[in-house]
Write a protein that binds this ligand. Sequence first.
Ligand code: MN
Length: 284
Amino acid sequence: MRICRFDDDRLGVVSNGLVHDVTAVADELPALKWPLPRGDHFFNHLDRLRPRIEAMAKTVPGRPVSEVKLLSPVANPGKIVAAPVNYKLHLDESRADTQINFGTQVKTIDDYGVFLKATSSMIGAGDVVVADWPERRIDHEIELAFVIGKQGFRIAEEDALSHVAGYMIGLDMTIRGTEDRSFRKSLDTFTVFGPHMVTADEIGDPNSLDFEIRVNGETRQKSNTGLLIWNVQKLIAYASRAYTLYPGDVFMTGTPEGVAPVVPGDRMHAWIEGIGEMTVAVGG
Ligand code: MN
């Protein structure tokens, strides 16, 4: 199943290019009182709601996806866990390019571990990435992203995939410079998720997916998640040694070689095998 959010916080199921509005099912979520429970309210209850979502999607008419504004499939992630330098060829290009490394010695995820991106940086495919620091280089990074569906702490690699609700395309927009990653990758609009979330049962093995990003029609990054230094299971096991993972938490698995600048007016077209494609505009 392909779950999306669209327009004015509508909940949808995408099938054959059509969005079926199943918002009425989300209206059945329990009422919330402050202080809110941890985790995203929808993903905390997705397993229970899923049969009704699937049934309703079959009974309501669809609208073309092209006619709706796509929001991030996850509304309120508690945290966004991201992987630095998790592809060998991206390590090589980062070491070779002073506009990426800024004089620092670039290491790999084995040295860095993971980092966190601010949830306020998150947008959906129908939003615009704002690149309004003209004196600084701002790069695209396409990454396989996934959503946690089941709470866990100190999760074993063998159990890790059972904690994944589904997969999305992620764009980890990055301003190059000397500052910490948590600053440079957390500017407003610098985390794009979409176009929808494909539930994990439709993906099977996430560590063998082709993907590509083109900017204005030109291929910039093209790789396969089989080349991840730390795969999906290892990222979950490592992060959950430190952090309890809650439903709705999102992981970004890292980017391969080919990172390059974008400027206002560019259009980024991203595709991941088994998930889909999305076009995201860059504005000023
Ligand atoms: Mn990245």
